[in-house]
Design a protein around this ligand. Structure first.
Ligand SMILES: Cc1ncc(COP(=O)(O)O)c(C=O)c1O
Length: 412
């Protein structure tokens, strides 16, 4: 019932709900949501037409035929062992010479990587602990760490991602103040929102710097698999020989966000603590078995290869349209993977004003300011190219060009 229709003698009014909220609720920004506008370049979701529904139906049938009772009862906190072993195999692909093998004991399954981040935060972050993140970074990570009481400290990014020299200064400063960071959150591939991919030398430097400061790394790798410029570089997890890095992965972007199946790979001592700090009776054993059936079937590799083709075409079509319709007002670097263009607005243009003007033309884009924990990003806009086909992207970006013109005219 809408508030106005409630009787005034409501025994549990909304004001009471508000008064009872945990302090963390007031520290959090609202999450992004799907837009009702005709052209949504805001939500970083996969293309619906690529969802492998038929293959998943078949995988579900096989999962239930194999062992319905095991699929449909509690499966334990760490998750289905064969899927963990399959993930461990993937995590081992770039293992350095002499590194200990990654095994199922190094992997715990989560309900998407968002839950993985929360599981890590619950296990390591206490009230007032410092978590270092890139500037910009994924707002979901900022919310998750803040919800557990973290103080967020930013470390700058440039076009190649987190800048190691600046990170070293941030961690040195923290050490000098006697409050060393508890965690360092990094996206090594196709960063959300910046699209940046860390070059190999930076990866090695970041692992070294974090290790020197005794700070574990949370490596969020949500978009790996959507590799649009060749295979990804070795993860921080493999560069570090699996020590001191918690590597969060997900089947959301390469299979389906609705599955809610992700994982954390980490050293077994850490995995044991992560598993200990779960109070949800584990993720779904049925979905673990279904995903395992799918990724070990003949359908999986061709599916991911097709995704790469689809998203490469969309990335390129949107880049071309941006050059054609928006070039006088924006610059950007074509990302090597993932779902996003990170637009740098020319002097004087404000991301919020651009997003507002774009909405008037029926296009949703995301102002850059929401990706910074402590302010900044007013001259940025994030644009998602994954969810719309090339012709719609072109039309949306043509309209965005008009919106940019409108805003530019207002400031002249
Ligand atoms: C950087 C990043 N990490 C994590 C997630 C969470 O994904 P999921 O929980 O679906 O695995 C997202 C989703 O958009 C993301 O962009």
């Amino acid at each position: 019932m809408p508030p106005a229709d409630r009787p005034s003698d409501d025994p549990f009014p909304e004001a009471q709900v508000e008064a009872l909220l945990a302090p963390a609720v007031h520290r959090l920004a609202a999450p992004t949501s799907l837009s009702p506008l005709p052209y949504d370049l805001n939500a970083g979701v996969p293309d619906r037409a690529t969802l492998p529904a038929d293959a998943l139906l078949e995988a579900a049938r096989r999962a239930l035929a194999e062992d319905a009772a095991a699929a449909l009862t509690y499966g334990g906190q760490q998750g289905y062992e064969p899927l963990r072993a399959w993930i461990a195999g993937r995590e081992s692909r770039d293992a350095r010479d002499g590194a200990a093998p990654v095994t199922a004991a190094h992997v715990t399954l989560t309900s998407g990587s968002a839950h993985g981040l929360d599981n890590i935060a619950a296990t390591f972050v206490g009230e007032g602990d410092i978590v270092v993140v890139g500037a910009p970074t994924y707002p979901g990570a900022i919310r998750t760490f803040r919800a557990r009481g973290a103080t967020i400290v930013e470390s700058p990014q440039d076009d190649d991602g987190l800048v190691p020299s600046a990170l070293a200064r941030v961690l040195d400063t923290r050490r000098m103040t006697g409050r060393q960071a508890k965690l360092l959150y990094v996206q090594s591939n196709y960063d959300n929102p910046s699209g940046a991919t860390l070059p190999l030398q930076r990866r090695e430097a970041i692992v070294r710097i974090a290790r020197e400061h005794g700070v574990p790394i949370v490596e969020d790798d949500a978009y790996t698999g959507i590799d649009l410029a060749g295979p990804p570089l070795p993860s921080l997890f493999s560069i570090a020989g699996g020590r001191g890095v918690m590597h969060c992965g997900t089947f959301s972007k390469t299979v389906a966000t609705g599955l809610r199946v992700g994982w954390i790979a980490a050293q077994p001592e850490i995995v044991r603590r992560l598993v200990f700090m779960r109070f949800d009776n584990g993720s779904s054993p049925f979905l673990h078995r279904l995903v395992h059936q799918f990724v070990t079937s003949k359908a999986y590799e061709p599916h991911v290869a097709r995704l790469r083709e689809v998203y490469r075409e969309r990335r390129d079509a949107s880049a071309e349209a941006l050059r054609e319709f928006c070039e006088p007002y924006v610059t950007f670097r074509t990302p090597a993977g993932g779902f996003f263009h990170w637009l740098h607005l020319h002097v004087g243009l404000d991301g919020r004003a651009v997003a507002q003007a774009a909405a008037e033309h029926g296009v949703a884009v995301t102002p850059g300011a929401g990706y910074y924990a402590s302010g900044g990003g007013e001259d940025r806009v994030r644009l998602v190219f994954s969810a719309l086909p090339p012709e719609d992207l072109r039309e949306a970006i043509r309209r965005l060009g008009q919106a940019l013109e409108d805003v530019a005219r207002q400031i002249e």
